[in-house]
Design a protein around this ligand. Structure first.
Ligand SMILES: Nc1ncnc2c1ncn2[C@@H]1O[C@H](COP(=O)(O)OP(=O)(O)OP(=O)(O)O)[C@@H](O)[C@H]1O
Ligand SMILES: [Mg+2]
Length: 1112
C-alpha cells in the first residue's frame, strides 16, 4: 500500500481545515464535510499533477490485499480468452499483466487522501476505504467517520487525545467542526438527549482486541466529565469503579487480548432533568463459562482467580487457600499464570477498593470470594474408578474443603455426586454414575457456581448504582460493548449466539439508516422509494429465531425438552424444514461434517452441531443443587434458591434453571434470545450511534496495518455494507447556494446576471446545461441530491475548467513578461548600436590629420572668443541701465495711481460692511429653512419605515397563508385517509357487532345442547359407577382368594428356605475341608520350591567350580 508522508498529530484538536478555501458537502447524516480545493497548497497540486499524468487504479493482490497500478490498455475482450473484458495494467515495480475488468477498482485523486468521512470518497470501494484508514492510522488519526459509523482503529499506544483539554474542546461542538473522535459522538448523544429529551444509545462492536471496552470506558469518562461541572459525585465515582470489578470477574487473557471481556454488556447511564448523572444499570450477555475449567496454555482463566491467589495469606487461610498458588489448582495450573506488565496483587487491592466504593460490606466481599475459592477447590476433586469401574472419590479432604466453604454436608455431597437420586415412577432411586459423568457434573457445577456468582455481583453493582432514587423523569445514554461477528475454523453454538446478535444489530443499523434517509427525502419532497435494507437480513434472522416454521433456536429447544433428544435428531429436523434446495436459501447442510451452513450478511458460516444439546441444556446434578439451595451459608443458598422452591414440583425437570427475575426455566439459547429481544426493544426506543472498532494487526503492535485482516473486519462489522447501502440512495447533497457557487463555472453565461433567479430554478438550469442524467440527481426543496460518484465527476470537470482558466491566465502573464523582456532587449540593442557607431567615428577621427589640426587650433579659438564676449557684455550693461531709468519713472507713476486706488478701496470697504450685514440676515433665514426641511425628511423616513414594516408584515402573512394552505392540504388528505379508515372501521364494527350477536346466539344454543349432553352423561356415568361397584366386589372376592393362595405359597417358601440353609451349611463345611486341603498343598508346594531352589544353587556352584577348574 502506498502511504503519504506522515506527520505527528497536534497536541490539541485544531478546527477542521478552517484555513483552507474549498467547498462543503452535506452528507446523509447531515454533516458538513470539507472538500479542499485543487490548489490548496503546493504539495496537493504536485500530487494531483502526478496522479493526473496516468490512470491509476487499485488491483487485487494476494499478499497486500490491494496494490496500485496504472492502466496501459483496455480491451473490450481479452486478447487471449475472448470471454471477459480485461485491462492491461503496469505495477509500480514495472511489471505488466492483464486483469479482469471487474477486479480493477478506481482510485480517488490525492485530494481525497485522509478524508475524515469516508462516505465523502468519490469512489466508494474496498481498496479506497482501506487506503484511507491506513493513511490516517499512520498519522495517528485513529478515528474516521464512515457515514453513520465512527470507525476506531486500535492504536495500541497511548495517544495524547484523551486529555482534559480534548474533553473541553469537544464539549458542545458539532460533528464535523473538529477531527473525528469518540468524544464527538458522545457529546452529540449527550447534546441530543438534553435538547430533544430522547434516550440515546452508543453501540460499540468489533473483534476481540479491537478496543471496544477501552472506547466504552472513554465514553463513560467523557459523560462523567461533561455531565457535571461541579465536584465529581459519588455516583459518578461508582460508575467509573464498576469497570474494574466487572473486568476482574468477567475478563481474561486470550491470545488476542490480554484483557479480553468474555461477556457482553449494556451500560445505561441515567441522567436527571438537570442533565446530571443520577444512576446507572448494567446488563450482561453470554458469559464464557467454559473458560472456568479450560484454557489454552497461552491464555488465562478469569483474572479474579489469580488476583485472589495473590492476596495476603491470612485472608487466603479463611478460604482454605493458604500458601497455595495458581500452580496448585487444576483450573489454573495449565494456563499462562502471569501477564506482562500486570501485577495481580496490585489489581487485587484495586478490586477491593472498587468494591468498597461500590459499598459492599466485608461479608459480601467474603461471599464473592468464597464462591471463587469454591470453584478452585472443585477443580481439585479427583474422580477415580473403583474396583467395579464405578466413579469414586478417594481424597475426601478435597470434598470437605469445598463443602465447608459452601455450607453443605460433605457426605451428602459425595453421595449426591456419585449416585444421585432420580425419580422412577413415584419412588426415588439412586443411580451410580460413571467416571465421565461425575467429572462432567463437577465441571457443570463449577461453571454454574461461577456464572451465578457473576450474575449476583452485577445485580449488587446495579443495586449500588441505582441507589439515588429520583422522582424526576430520567433519560439515559446506553453504551453497548458486545463482541462482533465471529467466523472461526470450527464454529459452534456460542458463535451462533454471537452472530445472531450481530445480525440483529446490523439489521437495526440498516433500518436506522433507512429511517433517517426516508425522513430526509420526505422533508425535501423527493420522489424516491428507498429500500429498507434491514429487510435483507430478515430471512437469516427468521432462520435462527422463528417459531414457525421452526427456526434453529426453537428446534434446539424442542430437542432439549424431548426425552431422547440428540444432536443428530436436531440436525435431521433442521434439514427437513430448511434444506429447500433453493439457490438463495440462507440454510444449507454441510456435506462432510455434522452441521449446517448459514448465510449471514457478513458471509457464510459453517456451524458444527456437536454437543449443542448439552451446551444448550447445561445439565446440572439436581441432587447437589438441592443441597446447595439448603446451604447453611445464606449467600450460597440464595444463589440456588430456585431449586429449593421448585424442589418438589419440578424434580423431573432436567433443564438448567437460571435465576433471572422470574426464575422461569430456560435453555441458554432461549434465554439469550429473550435477552436480545429485550435489548433490541430498548435500542429501538433510543437514538442510536454506531462505533466500529478495528483490530489493525494480530501482533498487538502499534503502527502496523494488516490489510487483509482489516478488510475482513470491515466486511464483518458492516462498514462496507453501510457504504453499499449509501450508494443505492443519494448519499451526497448540496444546498442550492453551495451548488451554484461551486459549479456555475461549468456552464458560464447560463444564468442571467441582471435579475434575481430562485435557487431551485438556477440549479435546474445548471443541471440541464450540464446534461446530467436525471436519474443521477434529485432536486429537493432546499438541496440537490446526487448519487455516489456524480459529485466526483463534477469535481473532475470543475478541475479541468479551472485548469483551462489557469492555463489561459498563465499564458497571458507569460506573454506580458516576454513582451517586456523583448522591449528591453530591443532598446539595449539600439543603444549598443549608437555606442558602436560613436566609437567607430571616434577611432576614424583620431587618425584623421585635419582633425588633429582642428584640435590644436581649438585652444587659440578660445582666447579670441573671450575678448568678443567682454565687448558684448558691456553693450548689454549700457542697455540695461537705460531700461532701469525708464522703469523708475514708471514706478513713480504707478505709486501715484496706487494712492488714488487706496482711497477708493476705503470707500468700497464701508459698502462691503453694509452688504455683509444683509448676507448674515439671509443666512439665518436659510438655516431656519434647512431645519424645517430636516424635520420633514425625518417624518418622511418614519413614514417609509412604517411602509416597509407593513410590506414585511404582508409578505409574512402571505407566507403564513401559504404554509397554512399547505398544512390545510395535508390535513385534508389526512382527514380523507382518516375518514376512509373510519368508514372501514365503522363497517368493521357493524360487522363485528352482527358477528357478536350471531355468536352469542350460537353460544346460547350450544350451552343448552351441552347442558342436555351433560345430564345424559351424568345418567350414563351413574350406571357405569354401579357396574364398576359390582366389579369391585367381584375383585375383592378374588383378592381374598389370592391372599389365601399367597399364604400357602409363603409356607412352602419358608420350608424350602430351611432346606436350602441346611444345604448351605453342608457346602460350607465342605468348603472348609477343601481350603484346609489347599493350605496343605500350598505348604507342600513351598517345601518343594525351597528344595528346588537349593538344588539350583548347588548346580550353579558346581558349574562355577567346573568352569574355574577348566580355566585353570
Ligand atoms: N484507544 C486506545 N488507546 C490505546 N490503547 C488502546 C485503545 N483501544 C484499545 N487499546 C489497546 O488494545 C487493548 C484491547 O482493547 P479492548 O480490551 O478494549 O478490546 P476489546 O475489543 O474490548 O476486546 P475483547 O472483545 O476481547 O474484550 C487494550 O488493552 C489496549 O492496550
Ligand atoms: Mg472488551
Amino acid at each position: 500500500m502506498i502511504t503519504t508522508a506522515s506527520s505527528s498529530p497536534s497536541p490539541s484538536p485544531s478546527p477542521q481545515r478552517s484555513d483552507r478555501i474549498g467547498g462543503t458537502f452535506i452528507h446523509s447524516h447531515g454533516t458538513k464535510v470539507f472538500v479542499p480545493d485543487r490548489l490548496d497548497n503546493v504539495q496537493d497540486a504536485v500530487n494531483q499533477a502526478r496522479f493526473s499524468e496516468k490512470r491509476w487504479v487499485w488491483i487485487e493482490d494476494e499478499q497486500h490485499g490491494y496494490v496500485r497500478a496504472q492502466v496501459i490498455r483496455e480491451f473490450e475482450k481479452s486478447p487471449r480468452s475472448a470471454r471477459h473484458p480485461k485491462i492491461e495494467v503496469e505495477h509500480e515495480s514495472g511489471q505488466t499483466c492483464f486483469v479482469p475488468a471487474d477486479k480493477v477498482y478506481s482510485m480517488n485523486p490525492p485530494k481525497f487522501d485522509r478524508v475524515e468521512d469516508m462516505a465523502e470518497l468519490t469512489h466508494l470501494n474496498e481498496p479506497s476505504v482501506i487506503h484511507n484508514l491506513t493513511l490516517r492510522y499512520h498519522t495517528g488519526e485513529t478515528y474516521t467517520y464512515s457515514g453513520l459509523f465512527l470507525v476506531a482503529v486500535n492504536p495500541y499506544r497511548k495517544l495524547p487525545i484523551y486529555s482534559q483539554d480534548y474533553i473541553q474542546s469537544y464539549k458542545g461542538r458539532r460533528r464535523g467542526e473538529l477531527p473525528p473522535h469518540i468524544y464527538a459522538v458522545a457529546d452529540q448523544a449527550y447534546h441530543d438527549m438534553v435538547q430533544d429529551g430522547d434516550d440515546q444509545s452508543i453501540l460499540i462492536t468489533g473483534e476481540s482486541g479491537a478496543g471496544k471496552t477501552e472506547n466504552t470506558k472513554i465514553v463513560i469518562q467523557y459523560l462523567a466529565a461533561v455531565a457535571n461541572t461541579a465536584v465529581r459525585s459519588e455516583i459518578e465515582q461508582q460508575i467509573l469503579q464498576a469497570n474494574p470489578i466487572l473486568e476482574a470477574f468477567g475478563n481474561a487473557q486470550t491470545i488476542r487480548n490480554n484483557n479480553s471481556s468474555r461477556f457482553g454488556k449494556f451500560i445505561r447511564i441515567k441522567f436527571n432533568n438537570r442533565a446530571q448523572i443520577c444512576g446507572a444499570n448494567i446488563e450482561w450477555y453470554l458469559l464464557e463459562k467454559s473458560r472456568v475449567h479450560q484454557q489454552t496454555p497461552e491464555e488465562r482463566n478469569y483474572h479474579v482467580f489469580y488476583q485472589l491467589l495473590s492476596a495476603d495469606d491470612s485472608f487466603k487461610e479463611q478460604l482454605l487457600l493458604g500458601g497455595q498458588t495458581a500452580k496448585d489448582y487444576n483450573f489454573t495450573k495449565n494456563s499462562s499464570i502471569t501477564i506482562d506488565g500486570v501485577d495481580d496483587a496490585e489489581d487485587y487491592q484495586k478490586l477491593l477498593k472498587s468494591l468498597d466504593i461500590m459499598g459492599l460490606s466485608d461479608k459480601e466481599k467474603f461471599d464473592l470470594f468464597r464462591i471463587v475459592a469454591a470453584v478452585l477447590h472443585l477443580g481439585n476433586i479427583i474422580v477415580t474408578p473403583d474396583f467395579r469401574e464405578r466413579a469414586d472419590i478417594r481424597d475426601f479432604t478435597s470434598i470437605e474443603r469445598l463443602c465447608h466453604l459452601l455450607g453443605i454436608p460433605a457426605q451428602d455431597f459425595k453421595k449426591g455426586l456419585l449416585a444421585p437420586r432420580i425419580k422412577a415412577g413415584s419412588e426415588w432411586v439412586s443411580q451410580a454414575k460413571s467416571l465421565e459423568q461425575v467429572q462432567a457434573s463437577l465441571v457443570a457445577l463449577a461453571k454454574t457456581l461461577y456464572e451465578r456468582n457473576f450474575a449476583s455481583l452485577v445485580e449488587r453493582v446495579n443495586q449500588a448504582l441505582d441507589g439515588q432514587k429520583t422522582v424526576d423523569k430520567t433519560q439515559f445514554i446506553g453504551v453497548l460493548d458486545i463482541a462482533g461477528f465471529e467466523i472461526f475454523e470450527v464454529n459452534s453454538f456460542e458463535q451462533l449466539c454471537i452472530n445472531y446478535t450481530n445480525e440483529k444489530l446490523q439489521q437495526f443499523f440498516n433500518h436506522s439508516m433507512f429511517v433517517l434517509e426516508q425522513e430526509e427525502y420526505k422533508k425535501e419532497r423527493i420522489d424516491w422509494s428507498y429500500i429498507d435494507f434491514g429487510l435483507d437480513l430478515q430471512p437469516t434472522i427468521n432462520l435462527i429465531e422463528k417459531a414457525n416454521p421452526i427456526g434453529i433456536l426453537s428446534c434446539l429447544e424442542e430437542e432439549c425438552v424431548a426425552p431422547r433428544g440428540t444432536d443428530k435428531r436436531f440436525l435431521e429436523k433442521l434439514n427437513k424444514v430448511w434444506n429447500t434446495g433453493e439457490g438463495d436459501a440462507k440454510y444449507k447442510p454441510r456435506r462432510f461434517d455434522e452441521g449446517f451452513i448459514v448465510t449471514h450478511y457478513a458471509g457464510r458460516v459453517e456451524y458444527s452441531t456437536k454437543g449443542w444439546i448439552d451446551k444448550n441444556k447445561d445439565p446440572l446434578n439436581e441432587d447437589v443443587t438441592r443441597l446447595l439451595a439448603r446451604s447453611t451459608q445464606p449467600y450460597v443458598a440464595r444463589l440456588f434458591e430456585d431449586y429449593l422452591t421448585d424442589n418438589e414440583k419440578s424434580t423431573d425437570m432436567t433443564l438448567t434453571k437460571l435465576r433471572k427475575g422470574t426464575g422461569s426455566f430456560r435453555t441458554v439459547g432461549q434465554r439469550h434470545k429473550q435477552q436480545l429481544l429485550a435489548l433490541m426493544c430498548t435500542l429501538e426506543s433510543t437514538h442510536p450511534r454506531f462505533i466500529r472498532c478495528i483490530l489493525p494487526n494480530d501482533r498487538k503492535r502499534a503502527g502496523q496495518i494488516q490489510t487483509k485482516l482489516v478488510l475482513g473486519q470491515l466486511r464483518c462489522n458492516g462498514v462496507l455494507e453501510g457504504i453499499r447501502i449509501c450508494r443505492k440512495g443519494f448519499p451526497n447533497r448540496l444546498s442550492f447556494d453551495d451548488f451554484r457557487k461551486r459549479y456555475e463555472i461549468l456552464c458560464p453565461n447560463q444564468l442571467p446576471t441582471n435579475c434575481f433567479i430562485y435557487g431551485r430554478s438556477a440549479c435546474q438550469t445548471l443541471l440541464d446545461a450540464m446534461q446530467l442524467d436525471p436519474e443521477r440527481y434529485r432536486i429537493g426543496t432546499t438541496k440537490v441530491f446526487f448519487k455516489a460518484t456524480v459529485l466526483a465527476e463534477l469535481e473532475e470537470i470543475r478541475d479541468r475548467h479551472l485548469a483551462n482558466y489557469m492555463t489561459g491566465f498563465q499564458a497571458m502573464c507569460r506573454r506580458y513578461i516576454a513582451r517586456q523582456k523583448m522591449t528591453r532587449k530591443a532598446r539595449q540593442t539600439e543603444a549598443i548600436r549608437v555606442m558602436q557607431r560613436n566609437a567607430r567615428i571616434y577611432v576614424t577621427l583620431r587618425e584623421w590629420p585635419w582633425w588633429k589640426v582642428y584640435a590644436k587650433l581649438r585652444s587659440a579659438g578660445v582666447a579670441y572668443r573671450g575678448e568678443a564676449q567682454i565687448k558684448e557684455r558691456d553693450q548689454k550693461i549700457a542697455q540695461q541701465e537705460t531700461q532701469i531709468t525708464e522703469q523708475t519713472s514708471e514706478i513713480q507713476e504707478l505709486t501715484q495711481k496706487c494712492q488714488q486706488l487706496t482711497s477708493q478701496q476705503d470707500d468700497y470697504a464701508g459698502l462691503v460692511q453694509s452688504q455683509q450685514a444683509i448676507v448674515r440676515e439671509l443666512e439665518e433665514s436659510k438655516q431656519a429653512l434647512v431645519e424645517k426641511v430636516a424635520g420633514h425628511e425625518e417624518e418622511m423616513e418614519e413614514a417609509q419605515k412604517q411602509a416597509e414594516a407593513q410590506a414585511n408584515m404582508i409578505a409574512r402573512l402571505h407566507r403564513d397563508i401559504r404554509e397554512c394552505s399547505e398544512e390545510n392540504e395535508q390535513l385534508a388528505t389526512r382527514y380523507e385517509a382518516v375518514h376512509g379508515t373510519n368508514e372501514t372501521l365503522t363497517a368493521r364494527v357493524e360487522y363485528l357487532e352482527n358477528e357478536n350477536g350471531r355468536l352469542s346466539k350460537e353460544r346460547e344454543n350450544n350451552v343448552d345442547s351441552l347442558r342436555k349432553e351433560l345430564e345424559e352423561l351424568k345418567k350414563s356415568n351413574e350406571a357405569q359407577i354401579s357396574a364398576l361397584k359390582n366389579e369391585r366386589d367381584e375383585y375383592k372376592q378374588k383378592l381374598s382368594d389370592a391372599e389365601e393362595n399367597h399364604r400357602a405359597e409363603q409356607n412352602l417358601f419358608t420350608q424350602r428356605q430351611t432346606e436350602l440353609e441346611e444345604k448351605l451349611k453342608l457346602l460350607n463345611d465342605e468348603l472348609q475341608q477343601k481350603s484346609k486341603e489347599r493350605t496343605d498343598y500350598e505348604n507342600k508346594h513351598d517345601i518343594l520350591q525351597s528344595n528346588w531352589q537349593d538344588l539350583a544353587r548347588l548346580v550353579q556352584s558346581e558349574a562355577a567350580e567346573a568352569q574355574a577348574r577348566s580355566e585353570r
